[in-house]
Design a protein around this ligand. Sequence first.
Ligand SMILES: NC(=O)C1=CN([C@@H]2O[C@H](COP(=O)(O)OP(=O)(O)OC[C@H]3O[C@@H](n4cnc5c(N)ncnc54)[C@H](OP(=O)(O)O)[C@@H]3O)[C@@H](O)[C@H]2O)C=CC1
Ligand SMILES: CC(C)(CO)C(=O)C(=O)O
Length: 345
Amino acid sequence: MANQTRSEVLLVGCGGVGALCAYNLEVGTQANVTAVLRSNYDAVDKNGFSISSIEHGEVTGWRPSKITRTISGNGKPFDFIVVTTKNIPDQPPAIAEVISPAVTHGHTIIVLLQNGINIERPLFKAFPDNIVLSGVSMISATETEPGKVRQDDPDILIISPFHNPRISMERESAAAQSFVDLYSASGKASCKLEPDVGTIRWRKLIYNACYNSICAILDMDTTTIRYAKHPVNDLVRPAMWEIWHIAKATGHPLPADIVEEMVDIDTWSFFKPSMAQDTSKGNFTEYENIVGEPLREAQRVNVPAPTLTVIYGILKALQWKVRAQNGLIKVPLERPQSLSLLEDS
Ligand SMILES: NC(=O)C1=CN([C@@H]2O[C@H](COP(=O)(O)OP(=O)(O)OC[C@H]3O[C@@H](n4cnc5c(N)ncnc54)[C@H](OP(=O)(O)O)[C@@H]3O)[C@@H](O)[C@H]2O)C=CC1
Ligand SMILES: CC(C)(CO)C(=O)C(=O)O
């Protein structure tokens, strides 16, 4: 296909998922990808990406059409902005603020290829006339060192529109289909359109709210935790059932066998879920969208979630610790005059 007919894609967040997404889009030859890099910019600028993928094989020295450190407008407007950063609403800057300079109002389609629920809400608020799509991925991707990315599971991506009442469902579905076509053009990944975004996201949450968070807290991978068995029996499975009940009570019933399916869904490749990769690296985690939002939904519909409540409390404390380690919170050396232990800091 001639270059001028390609879609212009801005990809923000070129870690594990982002690098593989950028590569897959460019292999399909229907997209020009401008990739926004941060900590891995120098490594990729010098040597390109090295990708070890079960679908694309061993790739070395690969660079997207364009790499940049900063986000700005394009000569031509961006048709799609694909967001593959971690989604951390409790830690600025907000995603809407980050992508804002590159969004053409009413034109650019924003694809949130991220885990968690209710992630579309700030985007609807910031860009009321732009279509926002959901991307739910199973891929098991890891950036092992700057610019080096490994893919352990097949790239399965489910695209759905997040329905914005200001925009017609027909336009949203057409936009979703156009992204599916773009992503499928490589002939490698499996990408499909599923209209029911709620069910898709709650289904994925059964895995993420439980394996991601418990592996992060325990600093374990999903293979070792299964060998150990009791963390799965005592923590993962009960937490999964809690998500299942919250999903049902909020109008997203899932089949009962989904829990056992999720308990043993990925290959036994000693993969650390993305949240556990973050705690290992001393990074902030996506605990608010992956555990906090489902818990707030549980409170709204009066469903008990004792396991998730404890998991949330631990993850919140770990986030506080990362803030303190990064100097964002100053811990006084002496006991302050007044310190209420009932108020959050
Ligand atoms: N890993 C996986 O297998 C899967 C992950 N997901 C989800 O996909 C999303 C991405 O995960 P993953 O690829 O693992 O994450 P990574 O941490 O590997 O990559 C995130 C990338 O985003 C970059 N980034 C963060 N903020 C900005 C910013 N403001 N501007 C530019 N770049 C930025 C980071 O840069 P820096 O290094 O500087 O922080 C990093 O390169 C998450 O929501 C995750 O939950 C979903 C399915 C599977
Ligand atoms: C399901 C899994 C493990 C990868 O596909 C994931 O979503 C994550 O690591 O966050």
